[in-house]
Write a protein that binds this ligand. Structure first.
Ligand code: MRU
Length: 386
């Protein structure tokens, strides 16, 4: 089965699958410059920590490749690239992958100039484009390694190689990355190894990444799966025991505190209550050793209308049939406002799960568990230059 592709890239051309229109319409949106990238990320037409970092990097790569406006020197080219990267980083603040990618790309272009003080603007642009393209390729490889590492850890923790049942939150799959996914990559790996009996995904209000995107990916891949609303997790776990909760990360602080989609924290509390393993899956680009703990992570506040309004295509037959079947009219999208007029809204896009509630952090390099003191040995487990 074809893999869902959030990012279509060839040198000089970038398109993203517009995630505001999924799951009912698959429309690719061309991005030709930094500004296009910034707006697509801000509007969440592309979302997910690794995907936004890569789209930001590639939007500038496309701009540089196609630009007829050549800087007067290598120095000017480097300054322009750095300024544009700083701008891209302002699009969404919580996921560290974006700042991490920008920092690496700045270092690469600075190094190209340091190696050759007379480097041409074209040479600087080429160094940038090569590095941005490498990020796209590397992400898929990293995710496959996360999938293997996480699947092996969960099987070992559950002492079985079949009948694993997992719950996940938000969307961490092909749509949130360059491909394969992180937490959803682990679910894919478990399924490929015939170890998975069932996956559950939360709806993930208010933006519905779970019901719109993860459910779509699970159905697309033929993975046995069930959707629950966010407030059903405790009931599910009490009635249908699960082996592990697996989530992604937008930023893992130096002590292991993890920022991820709003609602992750409450699942970690439930996991502890029910004695279920709580697993964070993320590439090392999500690890921020410069932020000591979760209190230093900036949490993005989203607009109130995302909570007040629900949008989607209309259906021709009235919902309420037992089998859940409705005929969807994709051409007719409506917004409704179930909330009472005048109510205030609290809409943080992420929360921070304390390291104390996390059992394992899975990266492409392996699985980090707490040491005998109950502390994640982050500094020794992750490169300090990353
Ligand atoms: O607001 P979003 O949809 O960008 O939030 C996404 C998440 O919280 C994901 O869990 C996280 O970015 C990891 S994606 C591999």
């Amino acid at each position: 089965m074809a893999t869902l592709l959030a990012i279509k890239y060839a040198r000089g051309s970038l398109e993203i699958l517009d995630q505001l229109l999924l799951p009912h319409r698959s429309v690719y949106l061309p991005l030709s410059c930094t500004d296009d990238g910034w707006h697509a990320i801000k509007k969440m037409q592309v979302r997910g920590a690794p995907a936004i970092a890569i789209v930001a990097a590639l939007a500038l790569a496309v701009e540089l490749h196609n630009s007829t406006n050549t800087p007067s020197s290598g120095q000017e080219a480097v300054k322009t690239i750095h300024d544009k990267l700083d701008y891209l980083v302002t699009s969404r603040p919580t996921a560290v992958n974006l700042a991490d990618a920008a920092g690496k790309l700045k270092a690469i272009t600075s190094a190209a100039l340091a190696d050759d003080a007379n480097a041409s603007p074209d040479a600087i642009a080429k160094a940038y484009i090569d590095a941005a393209e490498q990020m796209l390729l590397q992400d898929v490889e990293d995710n496959k390694a996360i999938g293997r590492n996480g699947a092996a850890w969960i099987c070992s923790a559950a002492s079985k190689t079949a009948d694993i049942r997992v719950l996940t939150h938000c969307n961490t799959g092909s749509l949130a990355t360059a491909g394969y996914g992180t937490a959803l990559g682990i679910i894919r790996s478990l399924h490929a190894a015939s170890a998975l009996s069932h996956a559950y995904c939360t709806e993930t209000r208010p933006y519905n990444q779970g019901s719109r995107l993860t459910a779509y990916e699970l159905v697309h891949e033929g993975i046995p799966a069930t959707l629950i609303t966010d407030n059903m997790a405790a009931s599910l776990m009490s009635q249908h025991p699960i082996s592990a909760i697996v989530v992604g990360a937008d930023r893992v602080a130096a002590n292991g505190d993890t920022a991820n989609k709003i609602g992750t924290y409450q699942l970690a509390i439930l996991a502890r209550f029910f004695g279920v393993k709580f697993v964070v899956a993320a590439p090392t680009t999500s690890v921020d050793l410069n932020t000591p703990d979760g209190t230093g992570i900036k949490i993005e506040q989203r607009p109130g209308w995302e909570v007040l309004v629900v949008s989607g295509p209309t259906v021709t037959n009235e919902p309420g049939r037992e089998d859940g079947s409705v005929v969807v009219n994709v051409a007719e999208v409506r917004s409704v406002k179930p909330a009472a007029d005048g109510i205030g809204v609290y809409n943080p896009s992420f929360d921070v799960t304390p390291a104390a509630l996390i059992d394992a952090i899975v990266t492409e390099n392996g699985v980090v568990e707490k040491n005998a003191d109950g502390v994640f040995p982050m500094a020794t487990s992750f490169r300090s230059d990353s």
